[in-house]
Write a protein that binds this ligand. Structure first.
Ligand code: NAI
Length: 334
């Protein structure tokens, strides 16, 4: 029996997390879902974004499945994701982008993984008002975090039989901060002589990604570029409804979809749960539940391949529940 902290989040969060929990439970794997609040709902109930109950649950369980939470834009409380990633030092954000069966996109050979540094950069939230017309925003970069994320990228490449790690920076402009990130990458690379390396500037990367994404394998980059480029990569494989991710630390991990709380489609019952489901599959792999992970993955692929029951973002007209039920049908048949 696993104990997992479940944060259902805001907007479409509860709809997609209920679907994902039902799908995992249908495999017969025994999970005690420790449901906790964070974000808007926690503010409404406890007047705080991450209540102590939630922190205690994460401290105890060390594994979190988290649906998206709403973060006020330009004002209000800091992002819950950023808080949790920093508090539990979940320094590596792993974001794979690979084509799904029968999801038509301009490219059919995308198979890349973004390893995003998850604790620094502008996400450190260090901004100072100099005067009414001037703000200084600090891009925090440390040697310690840059070495750690470079090692995480090379270790990921080895574990997953990947051939190349490419470091992404803007070190021609950010000579000190991105310069340090690049230097750390080069230092770590010396210990992984069996993995090819490459260096690219982030603007060039974006252009290359929309022209020829199959040339990329593992990409490691600072926090902000990773955030933006991974949405671009989600677009390459069929949209945000499909993009999964894992936030990994040394002894704690959080699994969440790349997308946000999608307020424009919340409570309509039409959100695609695949991104959170894919993240949950990454969680099962992390827990060593490979058979269960493959069973769910294959069931999802089968439903996509058949193309009869799809949510509107995938050009279908089915509801979240119909999509979920179809996946469960495949799982119980196996
Ligand atoms: P968003 O990712 O929520 O939505 C962007 C577009 O993609 C919308 O049109 C939405 O309907 C669509 N979309 C997203 N997920 C989908 C799904 N599963 N199925 C079908 N369509 C889907 O981005 P937006 O609107 O910029 O942000 C909304 C809120 O989410 C903000 O408060 C933001 O701060 C928060 N956010 C939270 C994240 C998290 O908790 N990990 C990550 C990103 C944003």
């Amino acid at each position: 029996m696993y104990n997992i902290t479940l944060i259902k989040g805001d907007g479409i969060g509860p709809e997609i997390s209920d679907a994902v929990v039902d799908i995992i439970d249908s495999t017969g794997l025994k999970i005690n879902w420790d449901e906790c609040l964070a974000g808007l709902k926690a503010v409404e109930k406890f007047n705080c974004t991450i209540p102590i109950e939630t922190i205690n649950s994460i401290e105890k369980n060390r594994v979190i499945l988290k649906a998206p939470v709403t973060t006020p834009i330009g004002e209000g409380f800091r992002s819950i994701n950023v808080e949790i990633r920093k508090r539990f030092n979940l320094y590596a954000n792993i974001r794979p982008s690979k084509n799904y069966p029968n999801i038509k996109t301009p490219f059919d050979n995308v198979d890349l993984v973004i390893i995003r540094e998850n604790t620094e950069d502008i996400y450190a939230g260090i901004e100072n008002r100099i005067d009414n017309n001037t703000i200084h925003g600090i891009k925090l970069t440390t040697k310690d975090a840059s070495l750690k994320i470079a090692r995480a990228a090379f270790n990921y490449a080895i574990k997953n039989k990947r051939n190349e790690v490419c470091v992404v920076t803007k070190a021609n402009i950010s000579k000190l901060a991105d310069g340090l990130f690049l230097d750390c990458f080069r230092e770590v690379a010396k210990n992984y002589s069996n993995i090819k390396t490459r260096e690219i500037l982030v603007d060039n990367l974006c252009m290359q990604l929309v022209q020829n994404p199959s040339q990329f394998d593992v990409l490691v980059m600072p926090n902000l570029y990773g955030d933006i480029v991974s949405d671009l990569c989600a677009g390459l494989i069929g949209g945000l409804g499909l993009a999964k991710s894992a936030n990994i630390g040394d002894d704690c991990a959080m699994f969440e979809a790349v997308h946000g709380s999608a307020p424009d489609i919340a409570n309509k019952g039409i959100a695609n749960p695949s991104a959170l489901l894919g993240s949950a599959v990454m969680m099962l792999d992390y827990l060593g539940e490979k058979t269960c992970a493959r069973k769910i993955e294959q069931a999802l692929f089968e439903v996509l391949r058949e193309g009869r029951v799809l949510t509107p973002d995938l050009k279908g007209n089915s509801t979240t529940k119909e999509f979920k039920d179809e996946i469960i049908k495949k799982i119980v048949k196996k």
